[in-house]
Design a protein around this ligand. Structure first.
Ligand SMILES: NC(=O)c1ccc[n+]([C@@H]2O[C@H](COP(=O)([O-])OP(=O)(O)OC[C@H]3O[C@@H](n4cnc5c(N)ncnc54)[C@H](OP(=O)(O)O)[C@@H]3O)[C@@H](O)[C@H]2O)c1
Length: 283
């Protein structure tokens, strides 16, 4: 099996590369400098040349506020380039795995979202990722759409991971306590993606660690597990006044994945403890 990765220098790409190396699987890692997915012609030529069996399509504008401020780039990268990759993957007979997000949902549900629930994104990031899903579903027969949420891990640069991975932790940190979702350890996700691409179970899967929490809940648990002294202060999302609105309650339910692949996703607290026990996270 030969794999091509787009957006390989991102948080998930780097974690997946570690797993592929460990498993001795052949891959070609590309990011924007080797393969700018907004250039359809070059992408087509590169993929014809490389002829992968599987495309792991991670490239994205994943910064939710940047998407709100520059919707054209978000549309081009997250949606239109995914359409291009879908067309190419179908033409060369490759499997295409597209990573999507809980932010395609509006957050007004009172239970974790299932794969069949109706998307209704409330920000540009969610809208462009949902379009990417729809395009891929329309043009590429052998597709996997994997929705995930709030990644954390050694390479992630979001709010929680930047804090966890920082050597010198601040005296105090504000963490939003009134927005809830699922957390996902990039290593658990990377292992799940490998299982999925080895299968012929095409379609949509939610893959997240079990359980629901806010950033405040997550950092309180991290404080207990990693034994740092930083005071964690709860704040309301509205106080941050961020450019993009976020869903209030958007956890995902991984039941389909767990059932079809006979695997359990660990609880986020267990995944966090596993991450904290790794030497590189002991800063
Ligand atoms: N992070 C999360 O919490 C989260 C949650 C749900 C779903 N996801 C999805 O999971 C996937 C991976 O997320 P991630 O956290 O690993 O994202 P990431 O760290 O932002 O990585 C994305 C990579 O894509 C690259 N990229 C941007 N534009 C490109 C282009 N035109 N051509 C090729 N590469 C380009 C980025 O380069 P630059 O850094 O130079 O822009 C970056 O290296 C994304 O599809 C994201 O939407 C992430």
């Amino acid at each position: 099996m030969k794999i091509l990765i787009t957006g390989a220098r991102g948080a998930l790409g780097r974690e997946v590369i570690g797993v592929l190396k460990r498993e001795g699987i052949d891959f070609l890692a590309t990011d924007i400098s080797q393969l700018d997915i907004t250039d359809f012609v070059k992408t087509y030529e590169s993929l014809l040349d490389c002829h992968p069996d599987v495309i792991l399509h991670f490239a994205a504008v994943s910064d939710v506020d940047k998407c709100e401020e520059d919707p054209e780039t978000a549309l081009r990268v997250n949606a239109l380039s995914s359409l291009g990759l879908g067309i190419i993957a179908d033409k060369i007979g490759a499997k295409l795995l597209y990573t999507s997000t809980n932010f395609i949902f509006d957050g007004n549900c009172e239970r974790p979202y299932a794969e069949g629930d109706k998307p209704n994104p409330i920000n540009t990031y969610g809208r462009t990722k949902m379009l990417g899903e729809n395009y891929i579903r329309d043009v590429c027969a052998r597709h996997f759409i994997v929705r995930t949420s709030w990644l954390f891990g050694g390479y992630s640069k979001n709010f929680i991971s930047r804090f966890l991975n920082s050597e010198e932790k601040p005296v105090s940190i504000d963490a939003v306590c009134d927005r809830f979702a699922s957390f996902t350890y990039t290593l658990d996700l990377a292992e799940a993606l490998l299982l999925i691409i080895e299968s012929e179970n095409y379609g949509v899967f939610h893959v997240v660690n079990k359980g629901v929490g806010s950033f405040f809940d997550f950092l309180l648990k991290a404080k207990e597990v990693m034994k740092f002294k930083t005071e964690i202060k709860p704040i309301k999302a509205a106080e941050l006044n961020l450019p993009a609105p976020r869903p209030r309650y958007s956890p995902l339910d991984s039941q389909n994945y767990e059932h079809l692949f006979a695997r359990q996703m660990p609880k986020w607290e267990v995944a966090l403890a596993e991450f904290a026990a790794k030497p590189s996270s002991q800063s």
